[in-house]
Design a protein around this ligand. Sequence first.
Ligand code: ADP
Ligand code: MG
Length: 242
Amino acid sequence: MTPVLDVRDVGKVYGSGDATVHALRGVSLTVERGDYLAIMGASGSGKSTLMNILGCLDIPSTGSYHVDGTDVGALGDRQLAVLRNRKIGFVFQSFNLIPRMTALANVELPLAYGGVGASARRARALAALDQVGLSDRTHHDPNELSGGQQQRVAVARALVTAPSLLLADEPTGNLDTKSTTDVLRILDRLSDAGRTIVLITHEDDVAGHAKRIIRLIDGRIVEDHRQAPVDGPPPRLASVTP
Ligand code: ADP
Ligand code: MG
């Protein structure tokens, strides 16, 4: 099956001459449908650069990147924008909701850009808000919601288009412990339901929710491993029964 993400030997260079920065140096990575990946690494290791490439916000300097089989490097700006709208749901550390627009209107927005009609838009946005437990807040503006609630609206907005990839950059970075738990539970549930998720974080606790962790140092992947689920099935007691 075609992987959702196929990154091959990607390099990213910023600047030129003495100011040249090699932000990514030969990164290769495939992500299959339904995987839940955490990208970790120190500041400056290339996480944001990789996230921008995975999210089709930027293109590699060298190597190739395919989303659902589409070669991103072959697309122009307009086509990239369409691909982003159709295939990728973004969640940012700072929520990035539009002020003075209700939660419902914020969630409808990517569907409006995608040309979905008004009544389908509304129904899908309400269903997405229900998935994040905010059916009772649909007509609140962002400034009437807590940080955790705003981030859940942002998750609903990212989900509403049924994207191939949910891409979250430090989604709990601005949240208190309780809201962090709420948002991570929602991501866990989405993962259980088969969504493909890539999460950038520098917190071990947050990365612990993912199925797979990759670690970047100086623009290179130095580690790529799978981990057992946090809330996996309880250990079977049968083996200790006398
Ligand atoms: P991280 O998100 O892990 O902190 P970044 O991807 O932001 O790392 O940065 C990786 C390297 O690329 C750093 O050395 C950073 O200074 C450099 N860099 C990032 N963006 C740019 C840019 N637009 N122009 C020049 N250098 C950049
Ligand atoms: Mg960064």
